[in-house]
Design a protein around this ligand. Structure first.
Ligand SMILES: *[C@@H]1O[C@H](CO)[C@@H](O)[C@H](O)[C@H]1NC(C)=O
Length: 922
């Protein structure tokens, strides 16, 4: 939650005048930052590489670079990592600049690949690797990349590269170099100006994406407009209360990864730098031009050469790691509010879900459960027996999540504070003393997670013996980790605060939240090994702040949104931007944090939220209670239906997470991810795909009776509720009018339009249960949706759902295929069917026996059989016995059309080889 409620506290403590400073419009714009003012739009400074200094050594090119006017010297290094090009520039003289730790994966250096020199002259060097070509022009310094002859990206084509060198302070230096003040906060800048600017052009690309987190459209709008539309995208992690929509404003997380896409080529750039960064976007007929300015750090730029979306994401995973395999429970529904009052309240809500037959997995406690806002404690008046409470939840298959934040109350009899103080684990102020600021507990200090010793100490606090009142059924929520500081500049920490190793907060601000998240992860990982044995327990930790690499730790939600229709709509581009930037475990608060949604908005938000990778209801302290049964009965029915739809899809969602874990593939995908040549989809963000097979078209307007849906033309689609086929693509789609490429789909309040892609097989578990735990071992339904060549494929991944045993091969991967009238189930990597373009399967560890499962297939639905679903026989190959088969509805629900061939109770094990032949009965 945000800082709004603290206004009264602050007004009382600091006087009313400082309340002014907390209004949103009081956050910085470009004109308020010295480095942005100096470098934004600045062009024409010449930097050059010395031709005599060029050395090519296998995968690495090095060169001496200088700023021609001042003679300032830099070292350039270009490294080829086979599909990834890394460009590193640092000052030659002063090596004191901060290089972001923790993000890069250790395997990266091993994948380097020697360049082939194709040309060298006094003015340029040309290198080739696979289909990638690099041209390094010496003066002015410039790098051009092309893939298979198509220009992909250029560095410094517009001569905006600037690298402010570290220097001694001198009389007459310009104002703002050594100090600047914003709204009464003075930033002493002991290192002076140290910003870096660069321009990247994407020739021929009209669309760029990514660089979250902003409440902005998915395809990034140019920043060349008027007024607020002229502000650059800001990457600076901030706690912005009730953030504005359609804005370039910096929010809680920052991932400096930008993708560029056009028909035939996808490429990306990632700047590993954790200082405040500003990005401008402009476009014209020649393509898209961008300028990036960072306040500090080094230039460490990675080009991901693609050439397609899946490969770009995989390349990014090689740099920054892939998504942690989540626990199954964390993919179910989460019920949160600020606050569930006491133990009776928690257990009452838990029982309410059972009374209303609504599945859910996790109940959450916000900050009011604490004694005096001291983390790792409980308010004994309201939570006298927390272990009992967690045990009672566990009996019903549910977990508890509690909030633990990085600000530590400064109170000498509070053990976390006294240990932090005596161990020197807190962030320091510019004078080297423990930094003190104001947050929920009042006067606080902040854990310095750049310090490995602080991280180890913090992790230890989560052990069951130290965290009184905790059980192994308890998981964690890290909020306020930007960090949010109520009385700090822009509600965060001063940039001249000092971290471990003398690093200024300015240099590492954007990774602060991720490092805190990582320390908490370490704590739960250690706790898991202590309490579950060597296979451990996968941590679940929700975070608000994020950086590149956060995907390795857990889930993120999009912060303090409003219970209003536009916020529902913007949740889609926000989640898409995060997903495409390598952070797929995302969702927005349902049905808006602030305010009171009416029944219609509440329903629509659950209907969309069931397809967010992270699915949580949450509400502000002052919002009315809104557990799903507190509206009218019809609303409860619709919300139950939406949540059950999610639970039925858990096998598919879990399989997608496996693909995120092994191949860094997002769950929420823009349409162009799967249909990269359909240009109509390039700026689309009001519909999306969940994995390759399910298209979701949320209803985000009040009173809607229809909505437009674009169905990619290169395949056929089925209505996911009824199973009815849209007409094959060759006839232009079912409802497509002559003029519009979109289909106008009628909607009612019962559901939102969802479509199943022809050619896919989706596994489901359709028995309604209390929680995901009770679904373990439940039988499967396979939905086989045939394409125009009467074929389909899909996959299923299964493991124990909670431990790390999968790392030693305790899992099974099934390839499900339908071709030539035969449906077969075979052991094969899920990438072989879900990701044929990459097709790099992960082999079982040597000697591993895989997962044993007794679960069976209880139903198979085949949609789109030539000639309709009537008159088919089904036999198991190798047996002469017919299975029960005949036309029926897609789902076990009254009143649906008989849209498919239903094979009833085949009873075949899900984790075994078999095949079923369909034939026409004559
Ligand atoms: C149909 O699906 C199969 C299996 O995924 C695929 O090999 C084939 O190319 C698809 N055919 C069409 C026309 O899309």
């Amino acid at each position: 939650m945000g800082w709004v409620r603290s206004l009264t506290v602050i007004a009382l403590t600091f006087g009313a005048a400082s309340v002014e400073a907390f209004k949103e419009q009081e956050f910085k714009k470009c004109a308020d930052s010295g480095f942005c003012e100096r470098l934004r739009g600045k062009q024409g400074d010449s930097y050059s590489a010395d031709p005599k200094s060029i050395q090519l050594n296998g995968a690495v090119v090095t060169a001496k670079v200088q700023h021609d006017a001042s003679g300032a010297a830099y070292d350039l290094q270009l490294t080829n990592y086979n599909g990834i090009l890394r460009m590193h520039i640092d000052e030659a003289a002063s090596k004191h600049r901060f290089q972001v730790p923790w993000v890069l994966q250790s395997e990266l250096p091993d994948s380097s690949q020697a360049w082939t020199k194709t040309r060298q002259s006094s003015s340029l060097l040309q290198l080739q690797s696979g289909s990638a070509q690099l041209t390094l022009t010496f003066k002015p310094l410039r790098v051009d990349l092309s893939i298979a002859g198509t220009p992909a990206a250029s560095f410094n084509a517009r001569q905006m590269f600037q690298y402010e060198y570290l220097r001694e302070k001198q009389e007459g230096d310009p104002a703002g170099w050594w100090e600047e003040t914003f709204k009464g906060h003075t930033d002493s800048k002991p290192k002076g100006p140290q910003a870096i600017s660069l321009d990247l052009s994407f020739p021929g690309f009209q669309h760029v994406y990514g660089i979250p987190e902003h409440a902005a459209s998915f395809a990034l709008k140019p920043t060349t407009g008027e007024g607020i539309e002229s502000e650059p995208y800001r990457l600076y992690n901030l706690d912005v209360f009730e953030y504005n929509l359609d804005s370039t404003f910096g929010l809680y997380g920052s991932i400096p990864l930008m993708l560029a896409h056009k028909a035939g080529l996808t490429t990306a750039a990632f700047w590993l730098n954790a200082a405040e960064m500003l990005v401008d976007v402009a476009s014209d007929n020649s393509g898209t031009q961008t300028q990036w300015v960072a306040e500090a750090g080094v230039l460490d730029l990675f080009f991901l050469l693609g050439p397609d979306p899946a490969t770009v994401l995989q390349q990014y995973g090689r740099i920054s790691g892939t998504t942690a395999m989540p626990q199954m429970f964390s993919l179910g529904y989460h019920q949160c509010r600020w606050n569930y009052k006491d133990e009776t309240d928690v257990l009452g809500v838990n029982a309410g879900f059972d009374q209303h037959d609504i599945p859910y997995d996790v109940i959450w406690l916000d900050i009011e459960y604490l004694d005096d806002k001291k983390y790792f404690t409980w308010d004994k008046n309201y939570f006298p027996t927390p272990i009992d409470m967690q045990d009672k939840l566990a009996v019903t298959g549910r977990k508890l999540v509690v909030i633990i934040d990085p600000h530590i109350k400064r109170k000498s009899d509070y053990y976390v504070f006294s240990e932090g103080e005596s161990g020197s684990y807190f962030t320091k102020n510019k004078d080297g003393k423990d930094y003190e600021g104001w947050c929920w507990p009042g006067s606080s200090s902040w854990v310095d997670c750049l310090n490995p010793a602080s991280r180890d100490w913090w992790a230890g606090l989560f052990s069951l013996s130290r965290f009184q009142g905790s059980t192994k059924n308890l998981y964690i929520w890290n909020d306020m980790n930007e960090p949010s500081v109520f009385n700090g500049p822009e509600v965060t920490m001063p940039k001249d605060n000092i971290h471990h190793g003398g690093v200024e907060h300015r240099e590492m601000h954007n990774i602060n939240g991720a490092l805190f998240h990582a320390a908490t992860w370490q704590g739960l990982e250690e706790r898991g090994r202590d309490s579950y044995g060597s296979d451990g327990d996968r941590p679940f930790i929700l975070t608000r702040s994020a950086f590149a690499g956060t995907q390795r730790l857990g889930a993120l939600w999009t912060g303090d949104n409003k219970a209003e229709w536009p916020a529902l709509k913007f949740s889609v581009p926000m989640c898409l931007s995060l997903s495409i930037a390598g952070l797929p475990f995302v969702g927005a608060d349902i049905a808006g944090f602030f305010g009171n949604p009416d029944a219609e908005l509440f329903t629509r938000w659950y209907q969309l939220g069931a397809f967010y990778p992270f699915f949580r209801g949450h509400a502000h302290l002052e919002a009315k209670r809104r557990e799903p049964w507190l509206y009218d009965g019809t609303t409860t029915d619709r919300v139950r239906e939406a949540i059950r739809m999610r639970y039925a899809l858990l096998p598919y969602v879990y399989t997608l997470f496996r693909l995120a874990h092994t191949h860094n593939q997002p769950l929420m995908r823009p349409l162009w991810y799967e249909f990269p040549d359909e240009a109509e989809t390039f700026s689309m963000d009001d519909q999306f795909l969940l994995g390759p097979s399910i298209l979701v078209a949320p209803v985000t307007e009040a009173g809607a009776s229809s909505r437009e849906v674009y169905l990619p033309t290169s395949t056929r689609w089925y209505n996911f509720h009824s199973g009815t086929a849209m007409k094959p693509a060759s006839t232009g789609g079912l409802l497509r009018s002559q003029e519009s490429p979109k289909n106008s789909i009628k909607v009612d309040m019962d559901s939102i339009p969802i479509f199943l892609r022809g050619g896919s097989i989706v596994p489901r578990q359709e028995r309604a249960r209390r929680s995901s735990l009770q679904m373990q071992g439940d039988p499967f339904t396979l939905i086989v949706a045939l394409n125009d060549s009467a074929a389909a494929s899909g996959a299923l991944y299964l493991d124990d759902g909670h431990s790390f045993a999968y790392k030693r091969g305790v899992y099974t991967e099934r390839a499900l295929t339908y071709a030539d009238s035969v449906l077969s189930n075979a052991a094969a990597g899920i990438a072989s069917t879900l990701l044929p373009s990459l097709d790099v399967s992960v082999p079982l560890p040597a000697g591993a026996k895989g997962l044993k499962s007794d679960a069976v297939v209880e139903r198979i639905v085949v949609l789109g059989l030539p000639g309709g679903p009537a008159g088919w026989k089904a036999t198991v190959q190798g047996s002469s016995q017919f299975l029960q088969a005949g036309p029926g509805p897609l789902r076990l629900k009254q009143g649906l059309p008989e849209s498919g061939l239903i094979i009833r109770k085949p009873g075949l094990p899900i984790a075994a080889e078999w095949s079923i032949r369909l034939s026409k009965s004559s």
